[in-house]
Design a protein around this ligand. Structure first.
Ligand code: F6R
Length: 236
């Protein structure tokens, strides 16, 4: 694991964009695994800038997102599809047809999960997976549990996750109680993993996940077993 500690969120975002940009330059038709939440927003702004300047070209890139709230479709401004469109996709030259987010409105979420995993396999797997980390150590929405779940699956969100994400909604009651998330298999099979965590609020969980034991009750700790993980943590 490469652990990079920086002082500011801006530095974090620039370094993360350097790594993603390098991936796209080295393999223009790569598959990027993408995340939502507040942590990658600065990274996406950097990538938009670089795309405008012509240094990072998304025209051949395919993306697969980690997760989606159950019951929210892409027109809902709290959905992760809406987030991705408005934080990145609408502002770069990516082909929207090649951007994938799990469908949280699928009638059969089990079938949706299986189809999502198959799609990732058919794409040849993920070249670079970008992750944030939740206060309880979740990645995607793989919440603490007695065992790791391999496949894309529906998950009940932890109270702490609902509270943490309430800041994006009018109130806590509006946060969906379940989500569909890529499982640990597709994440761990990604050829490279990049996790971004910013601020003192993430300090303890970053320490636990990357310098403590591997434990499904701290889902991100499994990343310690991956051969090519970079963690960027900004202190402020
Ligand atoms: C979102 C996701 C989540 C977030 C995590 C941290 O797609 O996968 O695991 O990365 O909840 O969220 P922020 O960055 O808002 O602290």
């Amino acid at each position: 694991m490469t652990f990079i500690e920086v002082e500011t969120y801006e530095e974090l975002s620039k370094k993360a964009a350097d790594i993603i940009g390098a991936q796209v330059i080295l393999k223009p038709n790569c598959v990027l695994g993408l995340a939502t939440g507040s942590s990658p927003v600065g990274t996406y702004q950097q990538l938009i800038e670089r795309n405008k300047q012509g240094t990072v070209d998304f025209s051949k890139v395919t993306s697969v997102n980690l997760d989606e709230y159950v019951g929210l479709d892409g027109t809902n401004d709290q959905s992760y599809r809406y987030f991705m469109d408005h934080q990145l996709f609408n502002f770069v030259n990516i082909d929207k047809e090649k951007t994938h987010v799990p469908n949280g409105c699928a009638a059969d979420l089990k079938a949706e999960g299986a189809a999502y995993d198959q799609m990732i396999k058919d794409l040849g797997g993920i070249d670079l997976q970008l992750l944030g980390i939740g206060p309880d150590g979740h990645i995607g929405f793989n919440e603490p549990a007695p065992v790791f779940t391999a496949e894309t699956h529906e998950v009940a969100l932890e109270e702490s996750t609902i509270k943490a994400n309430a800041r994006f909604f009018a109130n806590e009651d509006e946060v969906p109680k379940t989500a569909i998330t890529m499982g640990m298999m597709s994440i761990m099979q990604a050829r490279k993993i990049l996790l971004v965590a910013n601020g003192p609020a993430k300090k303890d969980i970053v320490e636990k996940a990357f310098f403590g034991p591997v434990d499904p009750m701290v889902p991100a700790s499994l990343l310690q077993l991956h051969a090519d993980v970079t963690v960027i943590y900004s202190k402020n």
